[in-house]
Write a protein that binds this ligand. Structure first.
Ligand code: FA5
Length: 339
């Protein structure tokens, strides 16, 4: 019996020391020390020994068991420290690694975040608003009653079987809500998707993004509006860009303007995006109409303000030289992977 145990021990030690992988080591542990393992079988046979032999053989078997357990533990630590190298094949460390595809931000999101940073630095709150909107906030609160011809300026998607509800046509839907919530003085921007039932072309889509700015205080003038526009455009283009102000009609501002930016795609020479005019219509703006201030619960005799709404898609087109607005929502990876 004694010899049998010693032989088993030598065999086990030899095999365990040769194991090169954790899985193989585990198998040896089961083979020798498991419930049906070789050493366990020997220990079970102790019953059949003469009484005087039992303590000596029992002690030897236990010593061997402890020794093997310790050896297995040491080898396990060595194998683990070897960086999980569990193969007898040498590893070629110069082979290129596996590349995992990484996601990234959409160009509209990149620029939207830059805009939010620029306005945050000027003390504007960054807010959001709903895409599903009531006629009241999208039109009526903005001095556009139901019969007003200005409703026809923005072809609207109405919600079927839900009278009075629509997909917002402009981020101006947040103007009166913001005044109601925050009162005056107030500086806020709100951006997001707006929807219009229009035919699409290189510079028009039926779903696009706007960024709206609203500043209410005492004695606000066009000079404040122009300064905010210039700071924003300079922050995005990192250089002075040519802008021109044209009188524009929006029933919620008085006076109202359209701000055009010189087309950076063709350097003002004329292309599909600027419709051969050399200018891209980018922003609607003006001084907040007294009726809108009143709808927001503010006294127009005390408070005045400016508001503007800009098409973010068109801004991004000029910044990156994108010649068709429909690419943004195309989901075409060849386009998106360039940003
Ligand atoms: C408005 O939406 C007004 N709410 C802007 C405003 C806000 C005026 C505050 C006064 C005070 P307009 O419909 O012109 O205005 O749209 C504003 C900008 O959105 C445009 O200058 C243009 O850059 C962009 N835009 C308009 N229609 C489209 C379209 N179909 N596709 C892409 N961009 C568009």
């Amino acid at each position: 019996m004694e010899n049998q145990i010693k032989k088993l021990k030598d065999e086990a030690i030899k095999e365990i020391k040769q194991s090169k992988a954790l899985a193989a080591l585990k198998k040896l542990e089961v083979k020798y020390l498991g419930r049906k393992g070789e050493l366990t079988k020997v220990l079970r046979g102790l019953h059949d020994l003469a009484e005087e032999q039992k303590p000596k053989i029992g002690q030897l078997a236990n010593e061997v068991k402890t020794e093997l357990e310790q050896l297995i533990k040491n080898i396990q630590i060595e194998l683990e420290a070897g960086g999980g190298v569990q193969t007898s094949q040498p590893i070629d460390l110069t082979l290129p690694g596996q590349k995992y595809p990484l996601g990234h931000l959409h160009p509209l999101t990149i620029v939207q975040r830059q805009l939010e940073e620029i306005f945050s630095r000027m003390g504007f709150m960054v807010l959001e608003g709903p895409e599903l909107e009531s006629e009241y906030y999208n039109f009526e609160s903005l001095n556009i009653p139901a019969s007003h011809p200005a409703r026809d300026m923005q072809d609207t998607f109405y919600i079927k079987d839900q009278p009075g509800w629509l997909l917002r046509t402009q981020t101006s839907n947040q103007q009166v809500r913001t005044m109601e919530k925050y009162g005056a003085p107030l500086r806020a921007i709100f951006s997001g998707r707006v929807f219009r039932r229009e035919a699409t072309d290189a510079s028009h889509d039926s779903a696009f993004y706007q960024l709206e700015g609203l500043m209410i205080d005492k004695d606000i003038s066009i000079a404040h509006l122009i300064t905010a526009m210039k700071t924003m455009l300079k922050g995005i283009f990192k250089k002075d860009v040519k802008v021109r102000l044209r009188p524009g009609y929006f029933s919620f501002v008085e006076p109202g303007f359209e701000v055009d930016v010189s087309c950076l795609l063709c350097d003002g020479k004329g292309c599909g995006v600027c419709k051969k005019t050399g200018w891209v219509e980018m922003i609607g703006a003006g001084l907040v109409h007294p009726k809108v201030l009143a709808a927001g619960g503010l006294d127009p005799k005390i408070w005045s303000g400016f508001a503007f709404g800009m098409g973010i898609n068109r801004l991004v087109m000029l910044k990156y030289g994108i010649d068709d607005i429909r690419l943004f929502m195309s989901g075409d990876l060849r386009f998106l992977e360039q940003f």
